[in-house]
Design a binder for this molecule. Structure first.
Ligand code: FAD
Ligand code: GLY
Length: 343
C-alpha cells in the first residue's frame, strides 16, 4: 500500500496508523502536542454501547466495535507484550423503581450479589454483561509502543496549519516542519477538526475526578443517569463526567466537581470517605446525531475519522478497520446509517 500522513495522535489516529501499517502502508502521524493526550487521555474507558443507550446505526457500530475488542487487544499484547487492563466486566445501571418488564433488569437481591453498598433507594439495576472497560491511558501508551514497533513515524510537536488542495485532491499539508506530502491523508483531529476542515464538529467539555478505594469495595462499573463510577484494578475510581457546551474553556470548576461528587456519593455512599486523587477535563468531539464522521471527504485522497463524541474509546477498532478499508480503496463513501452493516 501507499504512504499515509495522519493528522492527530489520539486513539483514533493511533489505532488507524497501526491497522494501516499492518496492511503494508508507510505511515506518519503528525501531532502538535504529545501523543495520546487529547480526549483519549481524559476518558473513562467504558466500552458501553448498551449502558450508554446508543441507538440505531451508532448502536450497531458500537456493538460491532465492542465485539472486535478482545481480538484487537490480543493483537496489541502480541505486538507490544504490554497489558492495558481490558475487561469485559459488565456494567450496572441502577434504577429507582422496579423495571421487571426489561430483560436486563435484576432486582435488589440479585444486584447485591454483584455489588454491595449502593444506596438504599435503588430498587434494582439493568445489567449489561457484555459492556466493559479498558484503562484508556494505558491503552494509549500501548498503541504508541505498537505503532513505533511497526515502524510508524510519530512526529510530536508538529502542528498542521492547513490542508492544501488542488481540484479534488490534497496536494500537501502545511506544517510547522514545512510542507509534507503523501499518497493519502487522514484527518483524526478530534474536537479541533474545524481548524482544518469545515465539518460540523464542536467540543463538549467533560470534567472528571478520581478517588482512591483502599478496600477495593467497588467492583463493578456503575452507570447512573447523571454520574458514572469506573473502578480500576489498582483501587482508583474514575468519577465522570460533566457534558458542557463551553467551547475550549479549560479547567475544573467548583460546581462541576461538586456535582460529580454529590451524585457519586448519593449512588455509592462509601465514596464520601475516600481520598480525592486528581481532577481533570477533556474535550469530546461532538458531531450531529452523535454519529462519527468516517470515510471519504470532498478530496479523493483525504479520509475522515472524527466526531466520536462520547464513544471514541469504544469505536477505535471499528474506525481503524473502516479507514484502512478506505485507504485500500474498498470504501468510496462516507459512512452512513444504512452502510454500517458491511463492516
Ligand atoms: P483526541 O484524543 O482528542 O486526539 C486528537 C489529537 O489531534 C490531539 O492529540 C490533538 O493535539 C491533535 N490535533 C488536533 N489538531 C491538530 C493539528 N492541527 N495538528 C496536529 N495535531 C492536531 N469514550 C468512550 O468510548 N468511553 C468512555 O468512557 C469515554 N469517556 C469520556 C470521558 C470524557 C471526560 C471525555 C472528554 C471523553 C470520553 N470519551 C469516552 C470519548 C473519547 O475520549 C473520544 O471520543 C476519543 O478520545 C476521541 O479520540 P480522537 O483520537 O478523535 O481525539
Ligand atoms: N462516555 C462517557 C463520557 O463521554 O463521559
Amino acid at each position: 500500500m501507499s504512504s499515509v500522513l495522519i493528522i492527530g495522535s489520539g486513539i483514533i489516529g493511533l489505532a488507524t496508523a497501526i491497522e494501516l501499517s499492518l496492511r503494508g502502508a508507510s505511515v506518519t502521524i503528525l501531532e502538535r502536542g504529545a501523543c495520546g493526550q487529547g480526549a483519549t487521555w481524559a476518558a473513562a474507558g467504558m466500552l458501553a454501547p448498551e449502558a450508554e443507550q446508543l441507538e440505531g446505526a451508532l448502536r450497531e457500530l458500537g456493538i460491532r466495535s465492542r465485539s472486535l475488542y478482545p481480538e484487537w487487544i490480543r493483537k496489541l499484547i502480541h505486538i507490544t507484550n504490554r497489558d492495558c487492563s481490558y475487561r469485559c466486566c459488565g456494567i450496572l445501571t441502577p434504577t429507582l423503581s422496579p423495571q421487571p418488564h426489561l430483560p436486563e433488569y435484576i432486582d435488589r437481591t440479585q444486584l447485591n450479589k454483584k455489588q454491595q453498598g449502593l444506596c438504599d433507594a435503588i430498587s434494582g439495576a439493568l445489567w449489561y454483561p457484555e459492556d466493559g472497560q479498558v484503562d484508556n491511558r494505558c491503552l494509549a501508551e500501548t498503541l504508541i509502543v505498537a505503532a513505533r514497533t511497526l515502524g510508524v513515524n510519530i512526529l510530536e510537536g508538529t502542528n498542521v496549519y492547513q490542508i492544501a488542495a488542488s481540484g479534488d485532491r490534497v496536494t500537501h499539508l502545511e506544517t510547522s516542519l514545512g510542507n509534507m506530502h503523501a499518497d493519502r491523508y487522514l484527518l483524526a483531529t478530534g474536537a479541533w477538526t474545524r481548524e482544518l476542515m469545515p465539518l460540523p464538529i464542536s467540543p463538549r467539555k467533560g470534567q472528571m475526578l478520581s478517588v482512591f478505594d483502599r478496600d477495593r469495595s467497588l467492583q463493578r462499573v456503575i452507570f447512573g443517569s447523571n454520574v458514572y463510577l469506573v473502578p480500576r484494578q489498582d483501587g482508583t475510581i474514575i468519577i465522570g463526567a460533566t457534558v458542557e457546551d463551553v467551547g475550549f474553556t479549560a479547567g475544573n470548576t467548583a460546581v462541576g466537581i461538586a456535582q460529580l461528587l454529590n451524585n457519586a456519593i448519593s449512588i455509592y455512599p462509601a465514596i464520601a470517605d475516600m481520598n480525592i486523587q486528581s481532577t481533570w477535563w477533556g474535550f469530546r468531539p461532538f458531531a450531529p446525531n452523535e454519529m462519527p464522521i468516517l470515510g471519504a471527504s470532498i478530496y479523493e485522497n483525504l479520509g475522515l475519522a472524527t466526531g466520536h463524541y462520547r464513544n471514541g474509546i469504544l469505536l477505535a477498532p471499528i474506525t481503524a478497520r473502516i479507514l484502512a478499508d478506505w485507504a485500500e480503496g474498498n470504501i468510496t463513501d462516507r459512512l452512513t446509517s444504512s452502510s454500517t452493516k458491511s463492516f
